[in-house]
Design a binder for this molecule. Structure first.
Ligand code: KIV
Length: 293
């Protein structure tokens, strides 16, 4: 099999630290994962950001495990090469260690090769260790953790003061020590992300965390300009697909209304002859066949 079709593994991602920057993007269904995979993404994250960009919620808190599994199955079918990481949603790893392991296992059964868990405090570390003990690789996620939006008081830059910065360094070290294979750093000052990246043995993947991280991640809909909600400072928009989609749909509707879609030549089917149709419907029926052009 061609090398390009070999699945990227968790050890391969770990080994990229200091060697090669990691490119990660979210995807939530079969076609988006197929495109992200074909473009060469190392990791496809089926992020709970789908709550906002696909399901239309104001935040990620309403997303359920069943929502995530539905999308993980679809995205996993589209990703032949990239490592697929399933994002554990709010309340799927907060109630008990047993529930956390069971929920993480459902993501693996849905086609993910690893899960992502937000937070680095002691109770999270216990859940992460238990998930790892069930042979499920875990990606950590600290800084702005959107599932904590109410506790944090909004989607804000984290680690601005010395106390918060120190806590984030400690959490990153705890996630590394626990055995996570990588850590997402979201919305933290570049200097802090650089310091964490230097101190941990595993790759850091930044989103709003500056250029020193070992890799970067963006949300599919933000990168491609499909989502027209709030655009964070850290997003770089590489296309405006929503504009192209709207223009194409407007064009189609115009064609329908002025009768130019479908055309008789290209997008229509024809019976072999009017006689065939008379045989079907009886002699009394008058059938006008369109004239061949
Ligand atoms: O849910 C998500 O898409 C994420 C990324 C932004 C890291 O957690």
């Amino acid at each position: 099999m061609a090398d390009t079709l070999k699945r990227i593994t968790v050890p391969a991602i770990r080994a990229m630290k200091g060697e090669k920057r990691i490119g990660m993007i979210t995807a939530y269904d079969f076609p988006s994962a197929k495109v992200a995979d074909a473009a060469g993404s190392d990791i496809i994250l089926v992020g709970d950001s789908l709550g906002m960009v696909v399901l239309g919620y104001p935040d990620t808190l309403s997303v359920t495990v069943d929502d995530m599994l539905h999308h993980t199955r679809a995205a996993a079918r589209g990703a032949a090469r990239a490592l697929v990481v399933g994002d554990m949603p709010y309340l799927s790893y907060h109630v008990s260690v047993e529930e956390s392991v069971r929920n993480a296992g459902r993501f693996i059964q849905a086609g993910a090769q690893a899960v992502k868990v937000e937070g680095g405090k002691a109770s999270r570390i216990r859940a992460i260790e238990a998930i790892l003990d069930a042979e499920i690789p875990v990606m950590g996620h600290i800084g702005l953790t959107p599932q904590s939006v109410n506790a944090l008081g909004g989607f804000k830059l984290q680690g601005k003061n010395l106390g918060d910065a120190r806590r984030l360094v400690d959490e990153a070290l705890a996630l590394d020590q626990a055995g996570c294979f990588s850590i997402v750093l979201e919305c933290v000052p570049s200097e802090l992300a650089a310091m964490i990246t230097e101190r941990v043995s595993i790759p850091t993947i930044g989103i709003g965390a500056g250029p020193s991280c070992d890799g970067q991640v963006l949300v599919f809909h933000d990168l491609l300009g499909i989502y027209d909600g709030h655009q964070a400072k850290f997003v770089r928009r590489y296309a405006n697909i929503a504009d192209d989609m709207r223009a194409a749909i407007e064009h189609y509707l115009t064609d329908v209304r002025d009768g130019t879609f479908p055309s008789d030549e290209k997008e229509s089917f024809h019976a072999a002859s009017a006689d065939d149709l008379r045989a079907l419907y009886g002699e009394g029926v008058v059938i006008e066949m369109p004239k061949a052009k």
